[in-house]
Write a protein that binds this ligand. Structure first.
Ligand code: UDP
Length: 237
């Protein structure tokens, strides 16, 4: 085990990250590319828990805006995260990692139920724990689930993989002069309304002193660099 900055991390991957160029659904090549990054980081000996989003398949808010009951739509969103989790599990296991999907909504034919102590035991045994179905409650997001699981599982940090290198003052995909922050406080993220995680997630992290690292998941080798602490990215603490 060499030069690990973090011993246990919680990686948040949005569903959209799995969609690839199509922008919708699960793109197998994209999943494989991400999983290679995860295998590389795990090979360093870091204990890795993940929370996977579902926005590539279903988003409760959008469906409720079109007239669907919000809670029902949110349950559909949570089910979408289970599909993503099983896809990532399949790819990781083909690459030789030992994994468990733990769902906040019981689905025993598909995966284990989320039980905190069990999740910690899996991590101690070197298994990658993939947390599915968000918090299990409507009106939340998988960002909030990531903050919650990070605390419960005693992770040292939430690592959020995005399409850009960190947190910027404005959308770097739209504005050439967008400036990236190296370091921010939770309050700055909230006050400046920086769109990195929703306010519930940031507040929960703030109240419990859980650092958030935002980095570019699309650059090969980046996750390993974040885990070893050696990389340009934004840290919120
Ligand atoms: N969701 C929920 N409760 C949770 C987590 C997720 O109701 O604790 C639902 C919500 O409808 C959300 C959808 O699942 O829109 C997919 O999650 P999210 O939007 O966070 O996915 P991401 O943006 O990370 O792909």
């Amino acid at each position: 085990m060499e030069n690990l900055r973090f011993k246990r991390v919680l990686l948040k991957l949005s569903g959209e990250a799995l969609a690839g160029p199509k922008g919708f659904g699960i793109d197998p090549d994209t999943v494989i590319a991400f999983c290679k990054e995860i295998v590389e980081a795990a090979s360093l000996g870091v204990e890795l828990a993940m929370v996977i989003g579902g926005g590539n398949i279903f988003r409760g808010m959008s469906a409720s805006a079109s007239g669907m009951d919000r809670a029902s739509a949110d349950y559909m969103g949570m089910l979408a995260t289970v599909m993503n989790a099983v896809a990532v599990q399949d790819a990781l296991e083909k690459m030789g990692l030992s994994t468990r999907v733990l769902s906040a909504i019981t689905m025993q034919e598909v995966c284990e139920p989320y039980i905190r102590r069990r999740a910690i035991r899996h991590l101690e045994k070197g298994r990658v724990v993939i947390c599915a179905a968000g918090t299990g409650n409507p009106y939340f997001t998988t960002d909030t689930a990531a903050a919650l699981r990070a605390m419960e599982l005693k992770s040292q940090v939430i690592i959020k993989g995005t399409k850009v290198n960190g947190i910027y003052d404005k959308d770097p995909k739209k504005y050439d002069d967008a400036v990236m922050f190296n370091k921010l406080t939770y309050m700055e993220v909230l006050e400046k309304q920086l769109r990195v995680m929703d306010t519930t997630a940031v507040s929960l992290a703030m109240d419990n002193n859980m650092p958030i690292v935002v980095f570019n998941m699309f650059v090969p080798g980046n996750l390993k660099l974040v885990v070893t602490g050696d990389r340009a990215r934004t840290i919120v603490e």
